[in-house]
Design a protein around this ligand. Structure first.
Ligand code: ADP
Ligand code: MG
Length: 205
């Protein structure tokens, strides 16, 4: 990964790819949330990333740590729901922990800290059918030296693995056993965000 600062063009590409993924899959995320939640996750993420895109020139002009914090602030303010503060915490903690030119180890360490912050904020852990069930295996793969293709595969498998899980956190937990058999919407949005980042870093699909 970058030996020089992650600059304006790269930040623009990363944010745009993540936003486009949320816009393109908003309907799907809403459908997933309709099955085991209240059906707003697609709209929530779309609104959050619309705000990031509206601020993109200012965000991308910042060094990577400040850009991540600024994007996280937009997500906290605009996504709403349970996922807004959690995704906001994820991005803001990444910004706090990462330097302007992270290598793989630095990124892996920052993501570990960001996941820990999400767990603290959500009073949650892996195994509860949430975004953490994608973020944690992706972090582990990153730390273990996985290729971009492998990280993508891990994210996809991790999202799929939420289907048979029973939710014990968030709105889906109200359904108990009936939460089984559906992919967790936040796990899917996390997978899509990881895919988007991998697409930019690895070039294309
Ligand atoms: P809400 O549940 O308030 O309607 P969203 O629909 O935007 O918010 O987001 C739901 C997603 O948030 C879930 O699919 C799950 O992945 C994630 N989530 C909810 N609560 C938690 C939590 N305590 N820890 C981690 N992730 C959570
Ligand atoms: Mg919802």
């Amino acid at each position: 990964m970058a030996m020089t600062d992650v600059g304006e063009a790269a930040i623009t590409a990363l944010a745009t790819a993540m936003a486009e993924a949320m816009f393109a899959h908003a309907g799907e995320l809403t459908d997933l949330d309709q099955a085991i939640g209240d059906g707003d996750h697609g709209l929530n993420m779309k609104r959050g990333f619309e705000a990031v895109m509206a601020e993109l020139p200012a965000i991308a002009a910042k060094p990577l740590p400040e850009a991540l914090k600024a994007a996280g602030m937009q997500l906290v303010m605009k996504v709403g729901g349970a996922s807004g503060p959690l995704y906001g915490t994820l991005f803001m903690t990444l910004g706090k922990e990462i330097g302007p030119a992270p290598d793989r180890q630095e990124l892996a360490a920052a993501l570990a800290a960001a996941i820990a912050a999400v767990k603290a904020r959500g009073k949650s852990d892996t195994g509860q059918k949430t975004m953490l069930d994608v973020l944690a295996p992706v972090q582990a793969a990153l730390a273990a030296g996985a290729s971009i293709g492998e990280i993508r595969a891990v994210a996809g498998e991790a999202a799929d693995a939420t289907v048979p899980m029973r939710a014990t956190k968030g709105r889906a937990s109200f359904l108990g056993e009936r939460s089984i058999g559906h992919m967790d919407p936040g796990a899917r949005s996390s997978q899509l965000l990881v895919e988007a980042v991998c697409g930019v870093l690895g070039g294309g699909r």
